[in-house]
Design a binder for this molecule. Structure first.
Ligand code: SAM
Length: 212
């Protein structure tokens, strides 16, 4: 069930080699796609940043199994070039276990793309961006690290921006800075949810924040 997870007591206990067979001694995961869904954006990250290790974190077992199989198939297809050795998917509850996987200041970038909106007020505490969790994200992020958020739900976007701006450890990038980031155009349709919004000609709301 979604309630029982095996999780490491501390980051040193994680068997990264089982996820990244070609990992180098001392190499660490730098990018985390939180709630990665079917992994479309994770694949894009792997292609854009061959030198970096990216991890997708997904709570639904069928979905994370799908991404694990997807990555394995890409690796097999590209066995001659060694592509996609730098991406992997982990089934976990990212709202609970991030500090079990990542040490302080480890992550350079975190992505929250089209997170579940949890529209009802009573469910707001389940939103993956909330005041308490922002401090945990700040802990695993390095100084100057970036948090990327994208949603098609305007109310959720406003919620995210309000909470991030209230938090002392984040500042929002200006529109100019956000547009200059080479990742920005990929946020609109690399992920399955993003592609759906593009097909339906829906709105996208982007906000990127720097860890101070
Ligand atoms: N980011 C993907 C995209 O853009 O296509 C998926 C978006 S989907 C609306 C949100 C995803 O977050 C779902 O796959 C859900 O299972 C996952 N999720 C929700 N809460 C989570 C949690 N606490 N930890 C990990 N994944 C979570």
């Amino acid at each position: 069930a979604d309630h029982s997870f095996d999780y490491p007591a501390r980051p040193e206990d994680v068997d990264w080699r089982s996820m990244y067979p070609s990992i180098q001694q001392g190499q660490q995961v730098s990018f985390a796609d939180v709630g990665c869904g079917y992994g479309g954006f994770l694949v894009t990250l792997g292609e854009m940043f061959p030198e970096k290790l990216s991890i997708g974190m997904e709570i639904r077992v069928k979905v994370s199994d799908y991404v694990v199989d997807r990555v394995a198939a890409l690796r097999r297809r590209c066995a001659d070039t060694g592509a996609y050795q730098n991406i992997a998917c982990l089934r976990t509850n990212a709202m609970k276990y991030l500090p079990n996987y990542f040490s302080k200041g480890q992550l350079e970038k975190m992505f929250f793309l089209y997170p579940d909106p949890h529209f009802k007020r009573a469910k707001h505490k389940w939103r993956i961006i909330n005041q308490a969790l922002l401090s945990e994200y700040a802990y695993v992020l390095r100084k100057g690290g970036l948090v990327y958020t994208m949603t098609d739900v305007e109310d959720l976007h406003k919620w995210i921006v309000t909470h991030m701006e209230e938090h002392p450890l984040y500042e929002r990038l200006t529109e100019e800075e956000a547009n200059a980031d080479p990742i920005t155009p990929k946020l609109y349709q690399s992920s399955e949810e993003g592609a759906k919004v593009v097909r339906n000609k829906g709105d996208h709301f982007l906000a990127i924040f720097r860890r101070l």
